[in-house]
Write a protein that binds this ligand. Sequence first.
Ligand code: HEC
Length: 308
Amino acid sequence: MLALTTGAGVILLALGAVFVIAAGGGLLLRSRTRRSGLEIPRAMRPGPSDQALETPLLQKLQGWGVLLTAFFVLWIPFNWVTEPGTNLAQDQSLKTAAIARGQLAVLPYSEENQVGIGCTRCHGPELKGGTIIQIGVDPVTGAVIPGRPANLSTVCGGPFTGHPQIWDVSDIQGTIVNGRASLGMPSWSIREAGALDDQQINDLVNYLVWYSSKNVPFSENICLNPDAQKAAVAVCTAPSATIYSYQHVIKPLLDAAAAATAKASAAPSAPSASAAASPSAPATAASGAPSATPTLSPVAALPPGVSC
Ligand code: HEC
C-alpha cells in the first residue's frame, strides 16, 4: 500500500513540477534553434559522418548507458534493502493514528470530541467496568438477563482476567460488530444493527488492544501472545467449561444452522431438506463448521482462579 506523508507528497509534487517545466523549456529551446537554421527537411539532411557516429556520439550513448546502469544497480538494491523498514514505519504510524482515533471514540460525543461514541457510558470511566446493569433479552426464550458491562481495561487477558468469551482479537472485534443482545451489549457495526463502519471498529479494536495490553502481563496476553491464546482456548474448551467464545464456537454453529434452515425452506420438496430441518441439524452443521472452531479437548483441571 502506498501511504505518502504530506511532506513526501509535497516533495514528489515539486519534483514533478520541475520535470514538467524543464521538459517544456527544452522543447521550446529546441524548436527556436531549429527555426533559425536552414529550412531543410529532417529526412533530407545529411546524417552524421561515420567518424562522428563511431566516436563522440557512441561514447556519449555509452556514457548514458553506464550512468543508467549505475543508477539502477544502486537504486533497486537500495529500495530492496529499505523497503521492509519503510513498510514497518508506515504500518506503525497508521496504527498509532488508529489508536489515537479509538481513544477518542470510546469517550462520549461532545462539541470538542465529535468522533466520540461513548463506550464509557456503559463500560465506566477508563473502561474499568460498568456499575449500571444492562438488561439483555435471550433471543430464544425471551427471558430477561442482566448483563454487567465488562472491564475492558484488561480485555486482552481473556479468560485469565475474567473475560471467558474472549479468546483472541477476533472475539473483541466480533463482540463490537455483533454485540451480545442477550446481555445488553448492542451491535455497533453497519453490517449488523449499528452505525459504525469497519475502520471505526478497527480503530476501537486497536485502541482496546493497546490500552489493555498495558494492564495484562504478556504471558496472559491473548491479543499479542500466541501461546497465551492457545492456553486460553485449551482452558475454555475444557469439559467443565460452560461459556464459549461467541465468535469461535457459537456464531459458526448459529450461522450453519441458519444456512441449513434457509436451504431447507428454499427447496422444501428436496429429500435432504427434511434432514436439514430435523433437530440433528446443528450437530450436522457443527461438523461442517469452519476449522477455526476448536474441538472440545479434554483438559484435566482449570488453573486456579480461572472460570469458564
Ligand atoms: C448499552 C451499554 C453498552 C455500551 C454503550 C457498550 N457496551 Fe460493550 N458491553 C456491554 C455489556 C452489558 C457487556 C457484557 C456482556 C457480557 O456479560 O457478556 C459488554 C461487553 C463488551 C465486550 C466483551 C467483553 C468481555 O469480557 O467479553 C467488549 C469488547 C465491548 N463490550 C466493547 C464495547 C465497545 C468498544 C463499546 C463502544 C463502541 C461498547 N462496548 C459499548 C454493554 C455496553
